[in-house]
Design a protein around this ligand. Structure first.
Ligand SMILES: [Zn+2]
Length: 62
């Protein structure tokens, strides 16, 4: 999905125009960051949970 949202370089106004209608500055595409570090960590977390299952009775120590 392509976003048409642009951001004014000078003042950070959000617009869909090539030239900011508010201050008249040039604009550039305001793209969100592509990678998400949370996703990476979720992979590890799932792996850890799997390992926890197989190693039961590990935390039951009285
Ligand atoms: Zn502007």
């Amino acid at each position: 999905m392509h976003s048409l949202i642009r951001k004014c370089i000078e003042n950070g106004h959000y617009t869909m125009q090539v030239v900011c209608p508010i201050c008249g500055s040039a604009t550039e595409f305001a793209l969100p960051p592509k990678y998400s570090p949370a996703d990476k960590f979720q992979k590890y977390r799932l792996k850890l949970m799997d390992g926890d299952k197989s190693g039961k009775d590990n935390s039951k120590s009285i």
